[in-house]
Design a protein around this ligand. Structure first.
Ligand SMILES: NC(=O)c1ccc[n+]([C@@H]2O[C@H](COP(=O)([O-])OP(=O)(O)OC[C@H]3O[C@@H](n4cnc5c(N)ncnc54)[C@H](O)[C@@H]3O)[C@@H](O)[C@H]2O)c1
Length: 269
């Protein structure tokens, strides 16, 4: 390891189980010398798995529903106290569509599910940043990253209302990133990750189909959760200080492909 995050402090949202992208990011951040607080929604913490990660990485766990300003204020204030200073990095790795979970088709949504999913998956990023901003909790040259998916730009029918949530999330990164950059010299980016077999990922109808399709379409193959963790560490490190307001594709090249030989062969029979 390279000590890329030596002395850096952070908050990591969204580690649910060993498959979670945030879980891998926490393990890698620990290996690179960071100290951090782990957080998740109280209902997710009831599963108890996060304690294993906390033990392994020497971290404390503070529950917070990312849609609750009160929970977020408590989380940020306590994290700064526990870690002994302002924060250098924050990971937003949160997503949930109630319409997807309840099997509602995109053309026939339950709008209270739509609203809740939007609050959890997109507006929560604004709420997290507004609390960090108002509490002046980020160090200069800090880095804030949220995870997103390419359905924000292109049509993936089964991704349902999460596509709209991701478009909104990416816009928040740019809009809030402007103020965080100007006022606090903090960078804000989103990473647009390949389909990844996690609880949230596998919950999308037809996941296996589009996972395999993306694998065949991408010159480098799908990016794994661990590879996403490596990329995220680079964005938390001092090696990427002037990268901000970006949506960064981490997808083995998928987003710029038209067709691959392998897919063509499937249709050339
Ligand atoms: N898995 C994929 O294919 C894929 C691809 C691109 C982007 N992403 C994004 O990566 C991020 C992480 O997802 P993952 O794939 O690791 O799945 P995951 O299910 O492991 O993580 C999602 C997390 O969101 C948390 N969460 C849900 N509601 C919350 C709330 N109210 N407050 C706080 N936390 C809450 C869950 O508890 C869970 O830890 C999400 O933003 C997801 O959309 C995933």
């Amino acid at each position: 390891m390279y000590n890329l995050l030596k002395g850096k402090r952070g908050i990591i949202f969204g580690a649910l189980d060993e498959n979670s992208i945030a879980w891998k990011i926490a393990e890698r951040a620990h290996e690179e010398g960071a100290t951090f607080v782990l957080t998740n929604a109280p209902v997710a913490l009831r599963m108890g798995l996060i304690n294993k990660l906390a033990e392994k990485t020497g971290s404390e766990v503070i529950p917070a529903d990312a849609t609750s300003i009160e929970d977020l204020e408590n989380l940020v204030q306590k994290s700064v106290e526990i870690l002994g200073g302002k924060l250098d990095f924050v990971l937003h790795s949160i997503g949930m569509s109630i319409n997807v979970r309840k099997g509602k088709h995109y053309t026939d949504q339950n709008y209270s599910f739509t609203h809740k999913g939007w609050d959890i998956s997109a507006v929560s990023f604004h709420k997290v940043m507004s609390v960090l901003y108002r509490q002046n909790a980020m160090n200069e040259w800090g880095s804030i990253v949220a995870l997103t998916y390419m359905a924000a730009q292109r049509v993936f029918p089964d991704y349902n209302d999460m596509a709209d949530n991701k478009a909104y999330l990416e816009s928040i990164a740019r809009s809030f990133g402007y103020y965080f950059g100007m006022d606090k010299k903090v960078r804000v980016n989103t990473i647009s990750q390949s389909p990844t077999p996690t609880t949230a990922g596998s919950g999308v109808k037809g996941f296996t189909g589009f996972f395999n399709y993306a694998e065949k379409m991408s010159p480098l193959g799908n990016a794994t959760a661990l590879e996403c963790a490596d990329y995220t560490i680079s964005l938390f490190s001092d090696l990427t200080k002037k990268v901000t307001l970006q949506n960064l594709f981490h997808d083995g090249g998928f987003s710029n492909m038209g067709i691959s030989q392998s897919i063509m062969e499937d249709f050339d029979k």
